[in-house]
Design a binder for this molecule. Structure first.
Ligand code: MG
Length: 277
């Protein structure tokens, strides 16, 4: 059926484009009798006929290689078979302080909780392009307001922060609220659950590329789902997160650690895994 439709379309195209071309050709032949032009025009007519006469078959648009590798999905939010599991609820073996010493956060009941003042923690391993899954929870006993309301941060490559903050009935500057690319991009919506419930980020991050002379070749990009809702749609990160001043890029290696921010609030984390892209 599709084949017949395709053939009919070819004839329609020949009538639409071929016939006027032929008439124009005759006109010019009669007018100028220029042999070189006649040869060019005849060649164009011949090639056009060949293109229109080509018959499209389904097989012409089928690609069979490369075959994607098999990955077994996890049940629910469990890590898939090719994931790097960064925290499975048992220990902090994959994490360290920024100075390389053991991470000082608390592990208990399958969750990881910031001990305020002990410092941010980062992965021992470095990563470039990733798909990251991470779950977090603001403390029940919120003491601060605005930026003090369960503040932490998922800081990609130690430079580019996806804000962790409890913005359920909590107001702050919108480019610093939950799931903002801190001080760069406002989230598309506020998808926060009530204070004390577990929140989920799924992040697709492409690391920036730099030229040999240190200039930027391609900016980092990030897509963020907050509780399954799109909040950052493939935005181009403008540079390193700055609390004061404007972001800017500084050349770094393609792979860098992932950092979780200690912002003096006892935010908890669980079920952290990523896939390298
Ligand atoms: Mg933060």
């Amino acid at each position: 059926m599709n084949y017949l439709k395709s053939e009919t379309r070819n004839w329609q195209l020949i009538l639409i484009f071929g016939l006027p071309t032929l008439l124009l050709t005759n006109y010019y032949i009669m007018k100028q009798f220029d042999l070189q032009k006649i040869a060019i025009i005849l060649a164009v007519i011949f090639l056009s006929g060949s293109v229109f006469a080509q018959k499209w078959e389904p097989v012409l648009t089928e690609i069979w290689e490369p075959v994607p590798v098999n990955v077994t999905p996890g049940k629910g939010t469990a890590p898939p078979s090719d994931a790097v599991v960064l925290f499975d609820g048992t220990n902090l073996a994959k994490w360290e302080k920024e100075d390389g010493s053991d991470a000082g956060w608390n592990v208990g009941n399958g969750i990881l909780t910031i001990v305020p003042g002990t410092g941010s923690i980062q992965t021992r391993q470095s990563f470039g392009d990733i798909q990251l899954h991470i779950e977090w929870r603001a403390p029940f006993d919120v003491v601060g307001a605005g930026q003090g309301h369960g503040n932490s941060g998922v800081i990609l490559q130690k430079r580019y922060e996806i804000q962790v903050l409890d913005c359920y009935e909590n107001t702050t500057y919108v480019n610093g609220q939950t799931a903002s690319v801190y001080k760069q991009y406002i989230p598309l919506v506020n998808a926060c659950l009530p204070t004390g419930e577990w929140e989920v980020y799924d992040i697709i991050y492409m690391a920036p590329r730099f030229n040999d002379n240190g200039t930027l070749f391609a900016p980092a990009t990030v897509t963020v789902l907050h509780n399954g809702i799109l909040v950052q749609n493939h935005v181009e990160i403008k540079g390193t997160i700055e609390y004061i001043g404007l972001p800017r890029y500084e050349k770094h290696d393609l792979k860098q650690p992932l950092l979780l921010q200690d912002h003096e609030n006892s935010v908890s984390y669980r079920n952290i895994w990523l896939r390298e892209l």
